[in-house]
Design a binder for this molecule. Sequence first.
Ligand code: MTE
Length: 327
Amino acid sequence: MHPIRRRGWEISGERLTPEPVVLGRRALVGAMAAVVATPSPSAAFGRDPIAWWDAQVTANPARDLYAAPRSPAYPLDRPLTEARYAIAYNNFYEFGAQKDIWRAAQRLETTPWSLTIDGLVPTPRTVDVDALIRRFPLEERTYRLRCVEGWAMAVPWVGFPLAALIRWIEPLGSARYVVFESFHNPRIAPGFRQAWYPWPYLEGFTMAEAMNELSLLVVGIYGRPLPPQMGAPLRVITPWKYGFKQPKSVVRISFTDRRPVGFWERLQPNEYGFWANVNPAVPHPRWSQATERMLGTDERRPTLIWNGYGEWVAGLYEGLRHERLFA
Ligand code: MTE
C-alpha cells in the first residue's frame, strides 16, 4: 500500500473554505504566483482564467463547432454554475493536488491529439481527436457533476454519446468493460513526479454503463472547447457517478473482459471502488455524503441518489445489490 498523503479532494465540503473567500485570496496569491507561473498563460492573464480562456477560444479556428444545440432531455433542477467558478476550481492531479491548477494545466498541448482505441476490437486504431469531433454530431447537455469530496456543479457540457463511438468501433462480443486512460507526460505535468500515485489516471465502466444514453464523451463546455484544466481535448462524463470516475484528457480507450482497477481504487480500495455511484445514504468512510455545496455559492443542497439520474440508470444495477455500488 502506498503511504497515504492527504489529497485535496479528501477534505469534505464542510471543511473547505467557502468559494468566494478562496477566489478572493487566490487573486492575491495569483498575483504573486504569476511571476513563477508556467510559461503560459502569460502574466497578462495570470490572474484571470476567463480572460485567458477568451484568448484561447478566439484563436481557435474550429470554435464554432462547439456552439452545439442543447438537448432538452436533461433539464436541471438548479441554476447553472457560473463559468468562472467551474473553470478555476478543478481536480487534475497530474498538475497538482490543489484546486487552482488551471494555470499549470495550460502546458497541456491539446492539438494535435491522438486517441488509441484497442483491446477486444476487430481493428485497433489510432485516431486524431479533431477528426473524431467532426465524425459525430455534437450536442449540449446540462448535467450535474458531484465530486466525492462534497462539492458539486451544474454545467452545459458539449460532446457526443459514448454509445455512438462504441457502435462505430463494434467491439468483440467478449468485451465486458471499457477503460479510459489519461495522458502521461512527465515533461509537462509535475504530478507525475509523485511516484506514489499509480499513473496514468485510469477508470473503467461495464459495457452496459458505457452504452447508457447518459454517458458522454465531452469536448466542450459553455459552448466552447474544453479548457485544458477541465480535461481537453476529450474527457468522459457519467453524471450519476462521483467525479473521480470521469477521466480527463483521454489518450486511450480499451475494451477488455477484466474489471479494471481505477486510479483511486488502486491507491485506496477501502475508500474508492469500481462503481462509485452517488448516494446520500452511504457516507464516505471519513465524511457524510448527505449534502453538497454548489461551486461559487455557500449553498448546500441535499445530495440526490444516483445524483438525480435514477430514471436512466437505476435499472443497470438490478441484480448487483451484492456489489459495493456506492463507494
Ligand atoms: N481525470 C484525471 N486525469 N485526473 C484527475 O485528477 N480528477 C477527477 C476527475 N477526472 C481527475 C480526473 C475528479 S476527483 C473530479 S471531481 C473531476 O475530474 C473534476 O472535474 P473538473 O475539474 O472538470 O470539475
